[in-house]
Ligand binder design. Structure first.
Ligand SMILES: NC(=O)C1=CN([C@@H]2O[C@H](COP(=O)(O)OP(=O)(O)OC[C@H]3O[C@@H](n4cnc5c(N)ncnc54)[C@H](O)[C@@H]3O)[C@@H](O)[C@H]2O)C=CC1
Ligand SMILES: O=C([O-])CC(=O)C(=O)O
Length: 341
């Protein structure tokens, strides 16, 4: 209901001194966060509020958004913030959105796999994607909700059914795998983490996460044992956090950071910044699987180019073959769910 829209959080930042950047040259962009009151949603909303490419920030959740939006809106940065709560405000949160980020859904507890979240999160993602199809069919979608290997195919099916599917605009966010691979590699190779690049391909669960340390830069002379340990740590990075949090959820802060990096890349692409490349789980033809994470060049329409895998070590080639059956069945599970429901 419009009357209950959270009026108190509609605040345009008005700097009293000279602006640190020129907003005149930056296009207006609306970003919507679905699940904004959650463990990821809150810090991600904060980071998106700090992003000068955002002019409107819509924070939606089934509860808790009045407080989050009021809080975030007091930050004196460019964007106007509005909070939306409950089904009847979802359309308003989405209308006119350029980028929709989805961290809505339940997180893992120790002993669970990401696939154990399927039963709850598949339905949440499906209903949110139906609303996206209705209210902002041309928006770029950044899917964070797990299991990403299945939630992205679910979103694609929902969009196909609604007749608005554009494969260039649907992204599974795998940036946290890259963030982890960079941190772990820098530690082991003793190089400046700010200079490290490591592509991570495949999917976003266990063995489907395939970091390509043979392509890591700056180059380092790591042993095969080191590479295997780094690969395993990257694949188990989510579980490492789930266990350390001991029942209080999964990665939220590092995920918010990763989600903000990826959304920023999408916004830069939309704004025509050249050579924006990030790894992401997208519709793909670089393997026989219909969805696959790899480096993607981002542009004004979303995906400009899905880049190939590049040269792989024997260990990585083996990892690639090993991940295919699990990724294939997660994709099929998502498609089947969306078709049946
Ligand atoms: N892609 C990735 O790399 C990562 C993905 N995740 C996933 O992100 C998701 C969220 O994790 P957390 O923020 O830690 O969970 P959380 O439980 O702290 O927050 C989830 C939020 O979603 C909201 N929500 C539930 N149903 C909703 C609906 N229908 N519409 C809008 N909001 C709804 C809840 O009210 C809650 O505020 C989980 O599925 C988790 O597995 C977590 C870390 C990394
Ligand atoms: O592990 C989890 O459940 C959350 C996640 O996707 C990650 O941290 O990579």
């Amino acid at each position: 209901m419009r009357s209950s829209l959270l009026r108190s959080v509609k605040t345009l930042a008005r700097p009293t001194t000279a602006r640190a950047y020129s907003v005149d040259s930056v296009p207006s962009r609306k970003v919507t966060v679905l699940g904004a009151a959650g463990g990821i949603g809150q810090p991600l909303s904060l980071l998106m509020k700090l992003n000068p490419l955002v002019s409107q920030l819509a924070l939606y959740d089934i509860g808790g958004t009045p407080g989050v939006a009021a809080d975030v809106s007091h930050i004196n940065s460019r964007s106007e913030v509005a909070g939306y709560m409950g089904d009847d405000q979802l359309g308003l949160a989405l209308e006119g959105s350029d980028v929709v980020i989805i961290p809505a859904g339940v997180p893992r507890k120790p002993g669970m796999t990401r696939d154990d979240l399927f039963n709850i999160n598949a339905g949440i993602v499906k209903s949110l994607c139906s609303a996206i199809a209705k209210y902002c069919p041309h928006a770029i979608v950044n899917m964070i909700s797990n299991p990403v290997n299945s939630t992205v195919p679910i979103a694609a099916e929902v969009f196909k059914k609604a007749g608005i599917y554009d494969e260039k605009k649907l992204f599974g966010v795998t940036t946290l795998d890259v963030v982890r691979a960079k941190s772990f590699y820098a530690g082991k190779a003793n190089v400046n983490v700010a200079e490290v690049n490591v592509p991570v391909v495949g999917g976003h669960a266990g063995v489907t996460i395939l970091p390509l340390f043979s392509q890591a830069t700056p180059k380092a002379n790591l042993s095969q044992d080191d590479i295997q340990a780094l690969t395993k740590r990257t694949q188990d990075g989510g579980t490492e956090v789930v266990e350390a949090k001991a029942g209080k959820g999964s990665a939220t802060l590092s995920m918010a950071y990763a989600g903000a990096i990826f959304a920023d890349a999408c916004l830069k692409g939309l704004n025509g910044v050249p050579d924006v490349v990030e790894c992401s789980y997208v519709q793909s033809t670089i393997t026989e699987l219909p969805f696959f994470a790899s480096k993607v060049r981002l542009g004004k329409n979303g995906v400009e180019e899905v880049l190939g895998l590049g040269p792989l070590s024997d260990y990585e080639k083996e990892g690639l073959e090993k991940l295919k059956p699990e990724l294939k069945s997660s994709i099929e599970k998502g498609i089947e769910f969306a078709k049946k429901n």
